[in-house]
Design a protein around this ligand. Sequence first.
Ligand code: LLP
Length: 404
Amino acid sequence: MSERFYYKGEDLFLARSSQDLELKKFADGHEQAFYLYDLEPFEERAQHYISCFGPEARIHYAMKANSHPEILKRARDLGLGVDLVSGGELQKALNAGFSREQMIFSGVGKSKKDLELALQDPISQINVESPMELDRIGEIAKSLKKCARVAFRYNPNVNADTHPYIRTGFKENKFGMDESFLPELTDLLKRHGENVRLVGLTLHIGSQLLNVDSSVEAVEKTIPVYRYFNDLGHKLESFDVGGGLGIDYHSDNYESEFQRVEEFARRVRPQLKSLGCRIFAEPGRFLVARSGILLAQVEYIKKTAYKNFVILNTGMHHLMRPSLYKAYHRILPLKKRAESSSFLCDVVGPVCESSDVLGYDVSLEGEPQQGDWLAILDTGAYGAVMASSYNSFSRELEVCIDLT
Ligand code: LLP
């Protein structure tokens, strides 16, 4: 597969199906750091997910990864549903034109107000994370004279190989419910009768997963729970396999990440088919990470006896992943400084924290100069959505290109 980012002479280009884009030309005229979104990879990836899981499956885009209105609209146009985690996201999904039948509501701490919003005109599914939450849903549904369609999030106790902060299906995590909860959940379903209907099970064991074995194991561990509720007479309709499949932040090689989705679908589809249920999935990062580039300018170069620092007009306030998870993102200059050899440096932001580092020991193509632009790649997922205005710096800008 050819490189998506490449240099022609000294200039960095982004390869696109219609016309390649010289990024420097695009950055010219901008006076602050900004995210550039290219919807092409998003579309290609959504189609890949749909083709791997089949037309009968429902893919809900996990909009927490990136809730830019243009991305949401594209997801809707591609026929995806949406996985949301707050009333704020529900409202954004409505604004983007999703119907309530296309929405599932995840999250461990749904507020009363958010549940009311989800139930006043009931959405497709609410994923329940605790008996107390189920009880609250039942009470609200009763007061609104509605029936809540719920799925239980199962915690399969799988120790997925990823950063501990984004592992979610292990016994130590706050997410989901293990088998010890089943009797209480069964009682609550009885108690809430008409106002709550169990329609499925859901799981999500973590994010940036580079091996599908634990995801398959999680599905296999959840199948008996599905049977348990079916045998009790609940007519379950769907089995939600979650999101979590990762990308290769070190290269432009998409093949392995596409194959991972294929392998996961190939291994779980037959087992779920035998249950007679509809498959749901909630990918976020896989769909959108490759669509984002954070473009920023060099404010200063600082050379100490120990290190070189390239100080940018962006940092942890715009892209928190490196500070929070020591996450790696490739960093490339938009213009190679060919007159000097490669330049080893830490690429840092302006925030008053030593953890405000976007890249450690980055080898740049030549020593950049003040005002040069750098591109921080694969920042479409969990970039802008996690930004803050810490230090009262201005918030990130987001620009969408749709040249398809
Ligand atoms: N479903 C549920 C219930 C989730 O909690 C998540 C992500 C997803 C689906 C989508 O997962 P994905 O396909 O994007 O891996 N901020 C972190 C990632 C946090 C993921 C939170 N949950 C990061 O930057 O790596």
